[in-house]
Design a protein around this ligand. Structure first.
Ligand code: FES
Length: 214
């Protein structure tokens, strides 16, 4: 008896190129789930910041004076100019357009002529915050203001990863980016050994049409 194969189809090409599919993915998936932002080693000192994009939105992370990591939309509350670019270190966040100045907490500190505006209450103005979590040294953000914590999304994952790399976060903070890189490489090797695909790669790659899913 000859062996028969049931053809397995890959996704239609349009799922990779259709702007409408991309929009649905951004709004329905990327903007509602925890997405990778960076690593704690990028924010070692108060005032360290870095900008990044998630779901088409410009965001940035910063470590405030109390040591807390915060994330904000990278949008000035005045005329919506981006407030930071790339990465760096700053005692205050100063919008380059009209110099509105924010504390590292996101609160508006000052701005040219704001005292001349009747009724203007700077205490009501703050950069728009985004949920951010440190997860085993990695930083994740979630644009959904009602997002559940990562430990609810991924029960036990923090404990299992910490068992593989006990010093992931603290060493990266104290010793610089190279330590974080070494930790990541170590994690990658350990996870690779765990992956079921590694055992029989040919099962997944040999048949024409399936390799596209890898
Ligand atoms: S847009 Fe930022 S200060 Fe005007």
């Amino acid at each position: 008896m000859s062996e028969t194969f049931t053809p397995i189809r890959t996704l239609d090409a349009r799922y990779y190129t259709d702007p409408e599919v991309f929009r649905i993915e951004q709004d329905g998936l990327l903007a509602r789930t925890w997405q990778f932002a960076g690593h704690v080693s990028q924010l070692q000192k108060p005032g360290d910041y870095f900008a990044f994009d998630v779901a088409g939105q410009s965001l940035f992370c910063v470590r405030d004076r109390e040591g807390a990591i915060r994330a904000f939309y990278n949008v000035c509350q005045h005329r919506a100019h981006e407030v930071v670019r790339g990465e760096g270190q700053a005692g205050l966040i100063v919008c380059p357009y009209h110099a509105w100045t924010y504390e590292l907490t996101g609160a508006l500190r000052s701005g040219p002529n704001i005292k001349a505006v009747p009724g203007f209450d700077r205490g009501e103005i703050c950069l728009t915050s985004v949920n951010v979590e440190e997860f085993c040294g990695f930083l994740f953000v979630n644009l959904d203001p009602y997002a559940r914590p990562m430990d609810e999304w991924f029960p036990a994952a923090r404990r299992e990863l910490s068992a593989f790399i006990p010093h992931h976060g603290s060493e990266a903070r104290g010793m610089g980016g190279n330590s974080g890189k070494l930790q990541l490489e170590g994690l990658g090797r350990k996870l690779f050994r765990m992956l079921p695909l590694k055992a029989q790669p040919s099962d997944f790659c040999q048949r024409r049409g399936q390799a596209g899913n890898l």
